[in-house]
Design a protein. Structure first.
Length: 353
């Protein structure tokens, strides 16, 4: 039997990393992931696919590393000998990037350069051919020059996060042009799931709705309800990442649903689904505004549809329902524990953004 294809994922413990790892394992890949050392376990999103390294030939293997530590990336590449590398590691919260501009830029811009350079040297030393995926973002469009946004729309970034992503994107294109690296940038619009970090707005809304429904919270504090986003389902979007690396030629692709709605509309959908009224429960808090906001994003994924045969399967209504249901179930478990006398962890620390 031929060897299983191997992939290396930076950011495997994140939302997208977990869906991508599942997807690649189902396709028969051996998956390697770079994991940061943390004082508490940070592998909650991939625990269900974890394989004991003592078992013979585990197909999921984790390596300690950090995208800002090039030696750890070189080591992971040497062990994994991957055919495909997916660079998903990032401080990915836009509002937080205004508080942590330097470490955000280090993880995104310098981190991407570290991985590109490690891959280039790895190819030279081993003769392996590696395909590289870069997690670019619709945030790069910033103050949008046209609607909908497509691959040719200029970038006008509005945050340290987006500026760093533009640099990482340009570096990836440069390594393709200069060294012939098979490198693709997926310009992904917002994509969500029950595994979304709890301080991103969709998840903040679905968590609040579930907890309010069961009497664990009374209200939710939000910032700009008029911002509009093109929201899709993360499980659909990791399929597009993989498809990009299966083409004959490398390229850059917008991945989006083509439909954009406001934060307010998303909140109304979720609360109505749980039999609640959003307007009765939402409060404004200026802490959640950004020094410079991206008001509206809407993608045109025609190129991905035509060249990759990619289409989203989940509408924003489906997304609101599936995230609302998952967080109602989570709130039920929290309530059971609370009613049994367990002390619940304070949520304030998670609610800064
Ligand atoms: P996420 O849930 O925040 O996951 C980010 C991942 O990066 C986590 O595994 C995190 O590790 C890791 N990471 C952060 N700093 C690191 C460092 N210094 N070294 C190594 N790993 C580090 O983000 P996501 O939503 O899955 O997004 C994946 C990628 O796509 C990110 O690059 C993001 O910027 C980009 N993107 C996301 C979207 C979206 O809508 N989700 C859209 C466009 C682009 P820990 O678990 O240890 O924190
Ligand atoms: O904000 C508004 C906020 O933080 C969406 C990341 O995955 O997608 C994500 O970035 C909108 C913004 O996502 C709150 O002002 C209102 O207009 O969920 P978000 P984001 O900033 O669009 C892109 C594509 C990425 O690449 C990023 O990595 O919602 N908003 N009130 C709020 N946002 C938050 N977080 N919290 C609020 O209370």
């Amino acid at each position: 039997m031929p060897d299983a294809p191997r992939a290396l994922i930076s950011g495997i413990t994140g939302q997208d990393g977990s869906y991508l790892a599942e997807f690649l394992l189902a396709k028969g890949y051996e998956v390697h992931g770079v994991v940061r050392r943390a004082s508490l376990f940070n592998t909650g999103r991939i625990d269900h696919i974890y394989q004991d390294p003592h078992e013979p030939a585990p197909r999921l293997r984790l390596h300690y590393g950090d995208i800002t530590d090039v030696s750890s990336l070189r080591r992971a590449l040497a062990i994994a000998r991957p055919r495909e590398v997916y660079n998903l590691a990032a401080q990915s919260h836009v509002r937080v990037s205004f508080d942590l501009p330097i470490s955000t830029a280090e993880s995104i811009a310098m981190g991407t350069l570290n991985l590109l350079e490690a891959v280039r040297q790895h190819q030279q030393e081993t003769g392996d051919q590696v395909r590289f995926y870069q997690a670019s973002s619709s945030e790069q469009y910033g103050r949008v020059a046209e609607t909908p946004q497509r691959e040719t729309t200029p970038f006008r970034p509005r945050s340290p996060y987006a500026c760093a992503k533009v640099m990482a994107h340009d570096l990836t294109v440069n390594y393709r042009d200069a060294y012939g690296l098979f490198a693709c940038c997926g310009i992904l619009f917002n994509h969500e799931s029950p595994r979304r970090g709890e301080t991103f707005v969709t998840r903040k809304i679905t968590r609040a709705a579930g907890r309010i429904k069961l009497g664990l919270d009374r209200e939710v504090f939000l910032g700009n309800l008029d911002a509009k986003r093109d929201w899709g389902f993360a499980g659909d979007y990791v399929r597009a990442m993989w498809l990009m690396l299966q083409q004959d030629q490398p390229g850059d692709y917008v991945v989006a649903t083509g439909r954009s709605i406001s934060v307010r509309e998303f909140g109304q959908m979720v609360f109505a689904h749980l039999g609640l009224t959003f307007e009765d429960r939402v409060r404004f808090d200026a802490r959640y505004l950004r020094p410079a906001e991206v008001e509206t994003l809407q993608g045109d994924a025609s190129k991905a549809r035509t060249a990759l045969g990619w289409q989203p399967t989940t509408s924003v209504e489906d997304l609101a329902r599936l995230m609302g249901d998952a967080d109602l179930e989570l709130a039920r478990r929290e309530k059971t524990l609370r009613d049994a006398g367990h002390q619940m962890p304070a949520r304030e620390g998670h609610d800064q953004q």
